[in-house]
Design a protein around this ligand. Sequence first.
Ligand code: ADP
Ligand code: MG
Length: 686
Amino acid sequence: MRPDILNPLFADVRSLKGVGPGLAKPLDRLGLARVKDIAYHFPVNWIYRKPVSRLDVSDVGTNIVITVTVMDHRSSGSARSPLRIYAADADGNYLTLTFFGRNGGWARKQLPIGETRVISGKLDRYGDELQMVHPDHIAEVGGTGSPGLAEAVYPLSEGLTNNRMGQLAAMALADLPVLPEWIEPSLLASRNWMGWEPALQTVHRRDDQAARDRLAYDELFSNQLAMRLVRAAMDRRKAVPIVGNGALVDRLQLPFALTGAQTRVIAEIEGDIAQSRPMLRLLQGDVGAGKTMVALRALLRVVEAGMQGAMLAPTEILARQHFAGLQKLLSGLPVNIAILTGREKGKLREATLMGLADGSIHILVGTHAIFQEAVTYKSLALAVIDEQHRFGVSQRLMLSRKGRGVPHLLVMTATPIPRSLALAVYGEMDSSQIDELPPGRTPVETRVISQERLPEIIEGVARHLASGKQAFWVCPLVEEIENSDLAAAEQRAEQLKLRFGDQVALVHGRMRGPEKDAVMERFISGETRLLVATTVIEVGVDVPNASLMIVEAADRFGLAQLHQLRGRVGRGAERSVCLLVRHVQIGEIARTRLALMRETNDGFRIAEEDLKLRGAGELLGMRQSGESPFHIATPEQVRELIGVAADDARLLLDRDGGLEGPRGEAARLCLYLFERDAGIATLRGG
Ligand code: ADP
Ligand code: MG
């Protein structure tokens, strides 16, 4: 349970004075639901003002604050011409305050003739008059609401003004609780950081990097702490040590020799699973590096030891492809492999569930269905998670309840993750890399081409298909208009069919499972030759004869996503080409990004760039699921501070693993504040 001291922060925004239904929507659009969200809604910019007493020596074009006396109101009477209010400084220099539209009545009230007011705004020249159009603040001398010399500029949504947002922030900050410090004192001192409460106050008052860093650090620290707590919780429970006898692995017939990197990684994994400390290992390897083979070797060890293994794929297509591939490799071996997805129903499903419960099924492949409550394993000892970025800390915890003891866990990913982010997302894991592709692969040639040249592209496809090869044609995801991605893909498929007839197939995310599989199977078998797709083919699909990849509206895709798509080709010995089709008009940034794709095949470099440009959530495909690891910390702050946070978290837990000492108690608050409940849950009843 969240400590009471944090309750005011978690209170609904509507508990703030004056926040009624009218503001609910604009705030909701910004994702601001609770008082704490407002407090953490940081300014993105600042307006600086110069206090001046005389107009005749003030710089035109700057924002000023000045005290003036109102001399006269003048309007032509016509609704369309502006209201002009004449005012003078203490030396009698004149200033015209100009109000357009319906603000006139309000302005007259704010600026009565003969009264003195403090005003702020940008000083302009209009003809030979000094002018200020719509002063941004008008206040009584010595009264509240006087313009500050630095004003925060907040991200806004329709229906919300900057002034209003500033008031909300002030209310949210008005009674912040005083929380004990959770950051290591020496770190706080060496970085010159202030406490949590002053830091929050400060970021709303001035542009202060140290204050922002401190608050970002809190988020990183909570992340690292939660990860380590999960790891510690898993370590407290035992896994079954797996040592195979070679009965299966030695008989496995592969059509190729393993690469050095595969062999090394297999040894690392076998070393891990032989321990009673549960394996928690991240296997990174670019698309086509041969991760499946590594997984298979580990799974076979488990079966040799008389236990069960499971492999989770993110999509139905991929689950089926894995299943078919593994089945083929395992033919002739006494291994019983089964598949389970949302589509296996009725008797078939029952039979699989029975086989899992009585141990007669050795390896299960499937989608997330394989770890649902209803699925009971006799002796699950290894779970392999393939290409699944959304397998977060809480899922890992849930999985730990599935086995006899904790199953060993291998997470495989083809998204190269920048080191900083890997620490943030997989911080509690050990990591292995397949940094070598199987021999004989030629790098994919990447070209960027304008949409205008579509006819030429189609001619190119015609030559490609005529030579007996296959191709992918990816249509963009247009987010703004519902279903329009599908429409675009359908339309393109129709057009290409006119030219290429039955060779063309269409696959998209909204197809039903069996239908989708049938389309994929016909393409894999070579029956169809040009596969038009929305991004459903992004992950894992393996068709060696497909050596041309066309990505339409490539300037809309993220870099990591383009890299994944490009990885679908270049799988055979054939020279492969990836055509990135761009809009006719694109901006400078899009141009640079596409150039980078052309220039490099280095997934890590691409991922670093993507992280800089789009942030972690996008890169990890977590944006929709709301699981983006960080809301406060920017990519730069992650890069700079995540390592420090990792060390700090480790030191704290080494000294106080139960978070029971004074700093431990404070750290719990930090975990609650950032809603890393999974970490805290491990402490309860440990
Ligand atoms: P990924 O790492 O992207 O999951 P896969 O495991 O799907 O890669 O392997 C890609 C392709 O490379 C598959 O067709 C697989 O059979 C093949 N492959 C795997 N290991 C080797 C190897 N050592 N030599 C040659 N081909 C290999
Ligand atoms: Mg794969």
